[in-house]
Design a protein around this ligand. Structure first.
Ligand SMILES: *Cc1c(COP(=O)(O)O)cnc(C)c1O
Length: 394
């Protein structure tokens, strides 16, 4: 049993657990008792593998980026999650959770979404399986993210506006939790990252671990070794990073680098650099590190990339940070945008601005020449074209 994986009590070191209202206990407990048996069953694994292959398009390529490698003086490999159906890694998790929901006999799916990416990935698998789908979204986010709202509606999902508080992600999360309390029997709540009460962080990490499982095989073919010198990934809640790190956690020779969003600067007051600015506390049902005021109010995060705009990190990341197993870095909006343009110009790949944060970290690393570096390219940049155009004035 790895010291970096969840223990029998649902904790990573002193992080994790299930800090939930009593009314939610039956739902979370049902999941906790059943998730491992279900996802380890042959029937589940066969269907999961089949859908990842035939529907998502896996394995995603491990692309040796020649011109990027030349620039940085190391062998840079990009794990191409941007080529997945719906354009990012999020679909790996929603496929896993919809199969789980089916096996739990659930007929109705709820989710919360901020920028709409997780909402789209959820609406997609609900259409695939013919299950009812309700996505909660802050009223302000609904206005800001019209194309994703349209995608969800086209898939047949109902998009419900959260009109309380700041009308953004945390308010949508509250509405989704209220819904789940009121519909404990027929409804499954699909959480979109390695956050929330146990068993969500472990469950989501297992679904995303396909990223590092494939990477090991592909590296062996391409370099003769299953492990890289570095694995680099961006962190909002931390699911693509958790998937990229999963099968390397107990390989001390692999340096794990997680990249958070520093927004307009770590100390600008507009940032999402949780490991620098945060303190230990409870957020969305688990004990972790989060950005909070002296009296414990959650601080609104900021990043130019909607997917990294989250005030905490998942409990496993809090533990990897505390133990020093992974290094946590922070990249500003400007650095990320430049890295996004650089990849586009050097390799002809427009990355999601989230993924561009991971790429920007390469500028700050010193390589010894022949080292192998895997960067998780978590998503494609189509959704960010407006942002790129405005930023660069094209
Ligand atoms: C949502 C998203 C992220 C951030 O989520 P994690 O759970 O931290 O992986 C990163 N990249 C892309 C492309 C996203 O859509």
């Amino acid at each position: 049993m790895s010291e970096y994986q969840v223990n029998d009590n649902g904790y990573y070191g002193n992080f994790g657990g299930a800090y939930i209202p009593e009314m939610l206990y039956p739902n979370v407990e049902e999941l906790r008792q059943q998730y491992l048996a279900i996802i380890q069953s042959g029937d589940f694994q066969r269907e999961f593998d089949r859908l990842l292959r035939d529907y998502v398009g896996r394995p995603s390529p491990l692309y040796p980026a020649a011109r990027l490698s030349e620039r940085y003086g190391a062998n840079i490999f990009l794990k191409r999650e941007d080529l997945n159906h719906t354009g990012a890694h999020k679909i790996n998790n929603t496929i896993g959770q919809i199969l789980l929901a089916e096996r739990l006999g659930k007929k109705r799916i709820i989710a919360e979404t901020g920028a709409g990416q997780h909402g789209v990935a959820t609406a997609t698998v609900c259409a695939l399986k013919g299950l009812q789908c309700v996505v909660y979204m802050g009223a302000i986010d609904i206005e800001r993210q019209a194309p994703n709202v349209a995608r969800m509606k086209m898939m047949g999902a109902e998009v419900v506006a959260a009109n309380s508080g700041s009308k953004t992600l945390k308010d949508a999360t509250n509405e989704a939790l209220r819904d789940w309390i009121n519909n404990p029997v027929d409804t499954h709540y699909i959480i979109g990252s390695v956050v929330g009460p146990h068993p969500y962080p472990d469950m989501v990490a297992r679904f995303q671990s396909v990223i590092s499982a494939e990477t090991r095989k592909q590296l062996l073919e391409k370099t003769g070794r299953e492990t890289p010198n570095y694995a680099v990934a961006c962190v909002g809640g931390g699911s693509n990073a958790a998937g990229m790190f999963y099968h390397f956690l107990d390989e001390p020779s692999v340096k794990l680098v997680a990249v958070e969003a520093a927004g307009r600067g770590i100390h600008s007051g507009e940032s999402a650099a949780t490991t620098v600015l945060g303190r230990e506390g409870v957020l969305h049902g688990s004990r972790s590190i989060l950005m909070q005021t002296a009296d414990g109010q959650v601080i609104e995060p900021y990043s130019i990339s909607a997917g990294l705009d989250y005030p905490g990190i998942g409990p496993q990341h809090a533990w990897l940070h505390k133990t020093g197993r992974a290094t946590y870095a922070a990249i500003t909006d400007d650095e990320a945008m430049q890295a996004g343009l650089l990849l586009t110009r050097l390799e002809g790949i427009i990355p999601a601005i989230e993924s561009a944060h991971a790429l920007a970290q390469l500028e700050k690393m010193a390589f010894k020449g022949d080292e192998n570096v895997v960067v998780c390219l978590s998503g494609r940049g189509d959704k960010d074209l407006d942002n790129y155009m405005k930023y660069f004035g094209f």
